[in-house]
Design a protein around this ligand. Sequence first.
Ligand code: PEP
Ligand code: MN
Length: 277
Amino acid sequence: MKNIKLAARESRPPTVVNAGGVEIGSGFSVIAGPCAVETEEQTVTTARAVQAAGADVLRGGAFKPRTSPYAFQGLGIEGLKILAVAGAETGLPIITEVLDPRDVSWIAEYADILQIGTRNMQNFALLKEVGRADKPVMLKRGMYSTLEEWLNCAEYILGEGNPDVILCERGIRSFEQYTRNTLDLAAVPALRELTHLPVIVDPTHATGRPSLVGPMSMGALAVGAAGIMVEVHCNPAEALCDARQALTMDAFASLMGRLRGLETYLAAQASESEVTG
Ligand code: PEP
Ligand code: MN
């Protein structure tokens, strides 16, 4: 892709992003937590459970980009303070979404990773601002965007001097209605051909169905993703945001067990093929 320079695979070795001590791009990293921070109890309970199950990073939205202006918009700064409590309790680094360029510098004080959501992938003012922040950025794929458009957006961030960009495939809109979006799993190996940046898969927003999160997480691991981001809630039925797609804490723990099993299997396969050539 001729316009892709800083993100191009040949421009440098594979990027490993250090986010609060977690290395994303080395092994398989798991980001988990609620869609939105609702209360301290909900966030800390969920954070403890995902940490105990082996998650590496805690997610939680304090600023929510909602389709309806009447829907819950997030707790704002109160939500960030709750995330800080949950982070301190569990030792997990925090990822949280930033919606407005004016908020980047102060949200960066609470976040270990700044998230750019699908709806803001091409918000160029926001991309430039996070490009000037001293925290890693996870750039989610625009729901209508090609890989080339997406990589151009990474280019905006890298161009401001921030080398720590993580890409997140979260599904694209298609004619299919059963799933919330259509997970483009082929994007993972395709991006490994095109870029040195690590690629995470979000099977929750991609499918919108808890029953499909497990299979797609396993798929993400099998195709070489650097990790997954999964929504987990201590009481999904009561969630204020994305209630229908969150995993229960038990379902998440069981998925982690299956992922570790597949990781071990894949590592054994890889070392066997090294031996046999
Ligand atoms: C999210 O991860 O909190 C989110 C809003 O996802 P997306 O931007 O992919 O819809
Ligand atoms: Mn969500």
